[in-house]
Design a protein around this ligand. Structure first.
Ligand code: AMP
Ligand code: MN
Ligand code: MN
Ligand code: MN
Length: 277
């Protein structure tokens, strides 16, 4: 059986390895078919594809788009996109445009909370000047000893109600689905268990996604707990959605689950890649 991983980050967004190095790391972890899905950016796809093919993997061009739905940030993965598509690239460029200003506001808040120079500190970790992420702030706060882990940073800073939280309005679900479709891709709701929706709101998200033509969600992902693998497998069955799988890898040692430890999809679910390879 092919080992498929369709959610990973490089230093083109908030991962730490270059795209080719992520390909090699995934291959070492036993991956046979692999997607790079950087946040709001497809600039790493060509290097990732070249290395993946050299290493004997099937390659899927992907992206993870930040959207706002019901005042929450939601992530939508696009798979099998044409990375050169102009509509997709225009949408992603617009999505990236607000990140630097948001970063400066995050830093101003952290300064008031007693942590100076966080903008400069975060930028040191950035591989792509267009893609300053909260993850880069988290790595800097660990570096200076303000926290021990990036997840502790997110608990104490950078999230709603905490210093360094700057609300941000991203694209709509319909817009992002339009960009993915224009680029020939398949939209997938990323790590649905991560959002703070109750059952009603989550159902409304799934219904709207379906009305817009969506039919796939992530089930087994490094951003879910093992309990959530089962919960979202059940929801995929109930909604008739195809299922996706991926580590959501960002950095060696920072992952909740390494490439060789992520379980397969439950056998009765239809994988989003069922007719790809
Ligand atoms: P941004 O797109 O700049 O708002 O940053 C979001 C990124 O922060 C996500 O893609 C994750 O990589 C990371 N992140 C969000 N929440 C957490 C958390 N609780 N622990 C660790 N990383 C997180
Ligand atoms: Mn990330
Ligand atoms: Mn995500
Ligand atoms: Mn991700």
């Amino acid at each position: 059986m092919l080992k498929v991983d369709l959610h990973c980050h490089s230093n083109v967004s908030d991962g730490v390895l270059a795209p080719a190095a992520v390909a090699a790391y995934a291959r070492k972890g036993g991956v046979d078919a692999w997607a790079l899905t950087d946040h709001d950016e497809v600039g790493g796809i060509k290097a990732a594809r070249a290395r993946a093919l050299e290493l004997g993997m099937r390659f899927v061009a992907g992206v993870e788009i930040s959207i706002t739905w019901a005042n929450e940030t939601v992530h939508l993965v696009g798979l099998q996109v044409d990375e050169d598509n102009a509509i997709l690239n225009r949408g992603l460029a617009a999505t990236r445009a607000g990140r630097d200003a948001r970063g400066r506001e995050i830093a101003a808040q952290l300064e008031r909370a007693g942590i100076p120079n966080a903008y400069e500190g975060a930028v040191k970790y950035v591989g792509n000047p267009d893609l300053l992420s909260r993850t880069h702030f988290a790595r800097y706060l660990c570096e200076i000893g303000a926290c021990n882990t990036t997840s502790e940073v997110f608990r104490k800073f950078l999230t709603e109600g905490r210093p360094g939280y700057v609300p941000h309005r991203w694209a709509t679900l319909a817009d992002a689905m339009g960009w993915i479709r224009a680029a020939g891709g398949i939209p997938v709701i990323a790590h649905p268990g991560r959002y703070r929706f109750d059952e009603t709101a989550e159902g409304a998200l799934f219904d709207e996604f379906r009305q817009l033509g969506g039919n796939a969600i992530e089930v087994v992902t490094g951003s879910h707990t093992p309990d959530q693998y089962a919960i979202y497998a059940e929801k995929a069955r109930r909604y008739g959605f195809l299922a996706s799988r991926g580590t959501d890898f960002h950095a060696p040692g920072e992952a909740r689950v390494e490439f060789d430890k992520l379980p397969p999809l439950p056998a009765d679910l239809k994988p989003v890649w069922h007719d790809w390879f």
